[in-house]
Design a protein around this ligand. Structure first.
Ligand SMILES: O=P(O)(O)OC[C@H]1O[C@H](O[C@H]2O[C@H](CO)[C@@H](O)[C@H](O)[C@H]2O)[C@H](O)[C@@H](O)[C@@H]1O
Ligand SMILES: O=c1ccn([C@@H]2O[C@H](COP(=O)(O)OP(=O)(O)O)[C@@H](O)[C@H]2O)c(=O)[nH]1
Length: 459
């Protein structure tokens, strides 16, 4: 098996303190720590580059070699903030109202993909297998092919792939589809996402079905399958059971005897936090006897703060938190704790174990690793209850969660009450069934099944 070369916009450098929230880097770090290889991407820095040949940042950490480049402000603005996060991200999360399309950004997106391909190409070895990740790099394979790269190229999309009717709103969607066929293998989180891609391309051009899962279009042959990303349940369980750091010892007392709801995600409009706050308010209205006995802690570190839509939602949450606490709080009870802060992932697992309910209700989400981490962090003998949006990729596997429509605040309110009053035996039963799934579809299985399929294409 040749060397694995992983390419992603975000990489998790060995210095944990520099790593933001986000499931992609978490998943890829786990995958690379197991197999080893080269991880190429953006080092998170913005620098005006004097010469064309700005040296790559390189670092070796155990069996992972990091090679990363910085971006100029202009590249960052056009490729990351504008086209990736103000065109593709909102469109692929069914928020066409938030798409701000500018052709300059599309051109910048293509140019940065070409620049990254030019930087990676010299590092490649003959028997490498190249695994490219996510929506920042849809045209990356086509850019590498221009350098006569023949090594197998796989791609995995961590976010949803939208229905054709939504995708077709993007002015360059046909070119995006064509460029994606330069990959040998296209991987998606769920079958729904894979089918959405196939439907879109079938509507756009002649697609030959070689056999189920293998297709030809635009002169290319590509394989197509779903590979739901997982977690490492055993390591999460160990982290969760470990002792709390001294400064956090008080948290057990702070959480007290109340029923504790936890929610944790990047501050992103796709995560449905404002809608969730309204559902919590609906719960406080419908079940007034619960007031004073429940606490909802929302952890939401800032994400993509330079993007206007993300600034707007941050202000909205600050206002809503004050309104709800002002309306329902008492001298001795605060209903809602909103923490616009990043928590170290290792600490989060301990916090998850101390809570009774996880309220994870994204409007649309590629997978949502937090849902899986919450389950893995629980005490199997007395687990918390997962309330999960049916529009999260994780809902395809975690059918024993209380699945809800995140737009239906009354349904979510009823689910909170159901979770609070659920018997221990039912909580144990639901949790055990979902843990069996997490133990099967681990991060290792995700990596192995994808790479096995990619290597088979070589044969
Ligand atoms: O890199 P950022 O702009 O800070 O964003 C963080 C990551 O967010 C997204 O994560 C996705 O991948 C997760 C793991 O597969 C998945 O569970 C989640 O549903 C997705 O939202 C984004 O796709 C990543 O590229 C970002 O690094
Ligand atoms: O303050 C935080 C918030 C989130 N996370 C981690 O960030 C990842 C979020 O991944 P998910 O797939 O849920 O959503 P994404 O951010 O990738 O859309 C999970 O591993 C969380 O444990 C973290 O370490 N600190």
């Amino acid at each position: 098996m040749g060397r694995l070369v992983v390419v992603s916009n975000r990489i998790a450098l060995p210095d944990h303190s520099k790593n933001g929230a986000g499931g992609l880097a978490v998943g890829l770090l786990d995958a690379l720590q197991e197999q080893g290889g080269l991880w190429f991407g953006w080092n998170g820095e913005i620098r005006e580059i004097t010469g064309e040949d700005e040296p790559l940042y390189t670092e070796q950490d155990k069996n992972i070699t990091y090679a990363a480049c910085s971006l100029t402000q202009n590249d960052y603005d056009l490729y990351y903030s504008q086209f990736s996060n103000t065109v593709i991200w909102p469109a692929f999360h069914y928020r066409l109202d938030l798409v701000e399309y500018q052709r300059e950004a599309w051109e910048g997106y293509l140019r940065v993909n070409q620049m990254l391909a030019e930087k990676l190409y010299p590092l490649l070895q003959h028997n490498d297998v190249i695994w490219v990740h996510d929506y920042h790099l849809l045209p990356f394979a086509a850019a590498l092919r221009l350098h006569q790269v023949k090594q197998p190229l796989g791609f995995f999309l961590h976010i949803p792939f939208p229905a054709p009717e939504v995708l077709m709103a993007l002015p360059d969607y046909q070119e995006i589809l064509r460029l994606m066929t330069a990959y040998d293998l296209l991987g998606f989180q769920t079958e729904r996402d894979a089918q959405a891609f196939l439907s879109a391309i079938t509507q756009e051009t002649d697609v030959v079905t070689v056999e189920k899962g293998i297709y030809q279009a635009y002169g290319n042959t590509f394989h197509l399958h779903d590979y739901p990303i997982g977690v490492d349940p055993d390591s999460i369980s160990k982290l969760a059971q470990g002792p709390l750091p001294p400064k956090m010892q008080a948290i057990r007392k702070e959480l007290g005897d109340a029923k504790n709801i936890i929610a944790c995600e990047r501050l992103d409009y796709s995560k449905g936090i404002p809608e969730r706050f309204l559902a919590y308010e609906s719960f406080l209205e419908k079940y007034p006897e619960q007031r004073g006995n429940i606490r909802y802690t929302q952890i939401a570190p800032t994400s993509r703060g330079e993007v206007q839509a993300y600034q707007a939602i941050r202000h909205q949450l600050e206002t809503e938190t004050g309104r709800i606490n002002g309306k329902y709080g008492t001298m001795s009870w605060t209903p809602l704790y909103y923490l616009n802060q990043h928590f170290d992932r290792r600490l989060l697992m301990k916090i998850f174990r101390l809570t009774d309910i996880a309220l994870i209700t994204p409007l649309r989400d590629g997978m949502n690793l937090v849902a899986k981490e919450y389950l893995a962090a629980q005490d199997p003998a007395d687990p918390g209850v997962l309330i999960l949006s049916k529009f999260a990729g994780a809902a395809c596997e975690l059918t024993e969660a209380l699945l809800v429509n995140p737009y239906d605040r009354d349904e979510v309110a009823r689910a909170i009450y159901q979770a609070i009053t659920m018997s221990q035996s039912e909580r144990v039963d639901r949790h055990a069934k979902m843990m069996a799934i997490l133990q099967h579809q681990t991060i290792t299985r995700w990596r192995e099944t994808f790479l096995d399929d990619l290597y088979q294409i070589l044969e």
